[in-house]
Design a protein around this ligand. Structure first.
Ligand code: IPE
Ligand code: IPE
Ligand code: MG
Length: 238
């Protein structure tokens, strides 16, 4: 039997960036202050991932279900998204980061969709770090939109590989390490397909407090995992 892959640096890290609201509430600030600070944590995490040679970083910024939040919180999040795109794309472009935004973007304002398109085009030639922001994204949405795309195909053509080619993260390998901050231990409709064999790491840090040290702690933990993918342990097989 082949040796099992030795995990060192995960190729694909995904993060559920949770805890912004609690961070703000603990400081007697409005929840949106937490989202504001959350953008700084995104910048630090992108830098940390680049430094550690992670190839794919996928961030959950806004879920299909987050549309159900109060209207003023949703509109603030959209404004922050616009502001972050306007401010950060130069640096991403310079630093070899390729940005993609995936999700059901049809519900976004035209201005936001334009900025997303422009940012994606400007960074399309980059290959050092593939940064994907999941916005208006849900794992179930993704699976259903892939199923729709394949619906007219003969059943025997609908293989796992062909299905995966129609998912919105078709360009990325499966998720190796899934981090969730904020202390909750759930998936909340994130990468349902791509996280099938991800190692799950839960951090108590609220997202605005998450920094390069926390990121490195997650990588160090990941390096101790033995990924078996349903097979038996390397030692037992030898
Ligand atoms: C995560 O922080 C950001 C989004 C979901 C947009 P939350 O806003 O969920 O923060 P908590 O969980 O209420 O603390
Ligand atoms: C998950 O966080 C979505 C994002 C981080 C974008 P939520 O705060 O929406 O998840 P639940 O409601 O606690 O499951
Ligand atoms: Mg939350």
């Amino acid at each position: 039997m082949d040796a099992l892959p030795i995990p060192a640096i995960p190729q694909h890290v995904a993060i559920v960036m949770d805890g912004n609201g609690r961070w703000a509430t603990a400081r007697h600030l409005p929840r949106v202050a937490g989202h504001n600070r959350g953008v700084d944590a995104v910048r630090k995490t992108v830098e940390a991932a680049g430094k550690r040679a992670v190839r794919y970083l996928t961030l959950f910024a806004f879920s299909s279900e987050n549309w159900q939040r109060p209207a003023d919180e949703v509109s603030t999040l959209m404004r922050l998204f616009v502001a972050a795109l306007e401010r950060e794309v130069d640096a991403l472009e310079k630093n070899g980061v390729r940005l993609r935004v995936v999700g059901d973007l049809a519900a976004f304002a035209p201005r936001l969709r334009e900025l997303i398109g422009e940012a994606e085009r400007r960074t399309a030639g980059n290959d050092r770090l593939h940064l994907t922001v999941c916005a208006a994204y849900g794992g179930r949405w993704d699976i259903v939109q892939a199923a729709r795309a394949l619906a007219q195909r003969p059943a025997d053509e609908v293989t796992e590989a062909e299905f995966a080619r129609h998912l919105s993260l078709a360009f990325a390998p499966d998720c190796d390490l899934l981090i969730r901050t904020g202390g909750e231990q759930r998936i909340s409709n994130f990468l349902l397909w791509q996280a099938a064999y991800a190692e799950l790491y839960f951090s108590e840090a609220l997202w605005p407090d998450f920094d390069a040290l926390d990121f490195d702690a997650a990588l160090a933990w990941y390096a101790t995992r033995e990924r078996r993918f349903g097979r038996v342990r390397a030692r037992a097989a030898a």
